[in-house]
Design a protein around this ligand. Structure first.
Ligand code: C5P
Length: 212
């Protein structure tokens, strides 16, 4: 079984994906980490994320295991990732890795922005996870505070909005809900309720109900 999870930043899709993978005994790929690793390599090389040649060089030299997750999960790397991910050549170069991961016999859970639309259009289960920008910004701010950072709430909300705009507005594989994806709005759900709702969607889909 392939489960495709898409949605905007801080929608809860990462946590939901990890928990679904554990629940069903599937491997999980957070595809955002691939774009974040490209962005980090570009920044570490002292180049700008909108430098397409630098982004391509970083993509071809990419070793996804090179960085630990904490180094990739910073606000600066997230913003830069949403810039490098708009280059079609970067996306094309990362396509095979993601499809190979999904092709594993046991199945997989992949989360990102274009899993249900581009990477795994035939996934058995597709879920589009979303929440209002304000709620997503609140979650992100709490996460940064938990890591001991000083947080400017207005700046976090502005960053979420800017990322939404770049991710939905780009020409190459923009963030959008696949026609056959189930919408899961987590605005009023805590994480446990969101996970229960996601499992219900998977079960309903497997039982042949609830698609669309
Ligand atoms: O999901 P995460 O916030 O880690 O992703 C960082 C950035 O990488 C996103 O803002 C998006 O621009 C890009 N991305 C993408 N396609 C994916 C996953 C992430 O374009 N499948």
């Amino acid at each position: 079984m392939i489960i495709a999870i898409d949605g905007p930043a801080a929608s809860g899709k990462g946590t939901i994906s990890k928990r679904l993978a554990a629940h069903y005994g599937l491997r999980h790929l957070d595809t955002g980490l691939l774009y974040r690793a490209v962005a980090k390599a570009v920044l570490d090389a002292g180049r700008s994320p909108d430098d397409s040649a630098a982004a391509m060089a970083a993509t071809f030299g990419l070793d996804p295991a090179r960085y630990d997750e904490a180094a990739l999960k910073t606000a600066a790397v997230g913003s830069a990732a949403s810039v490098v991910s708009a280059f079609p050549q970067v996306r094309d170069a990362l396509l095979a890795f993601q499809r190979d991961f999904a092709a594993h016999a046991a199945g997989a859970v992949l989360d990102g922005r274009d899993i249900g639309t581009v990477i795994c259009p035939d996934a058995e289960v597709k879920i589009f996870v979303t929440a209002t920008p304000e709620v997503r910004a609140g979650r992100r701010a709490a996460e940064y505070r938990g890591q001991g950072h000083d947080v400017d709430d207005a700046a976090v909300l502005a960053d979420i909005r800017a990322r939404d705009e770049r991710d939905t507005g780009r020409a190459a594989a923009p963030l959008k809900q696949a026609a056959d994806a189930h919408l899961l709005d987590t605005t009023d759900l805590d994480i446990d309720a969101a996970i229960r709702a996601a499992i219900d969607i998977v079960e309903a889909t497997r039982a042949g109900r609830g698609r669309g």
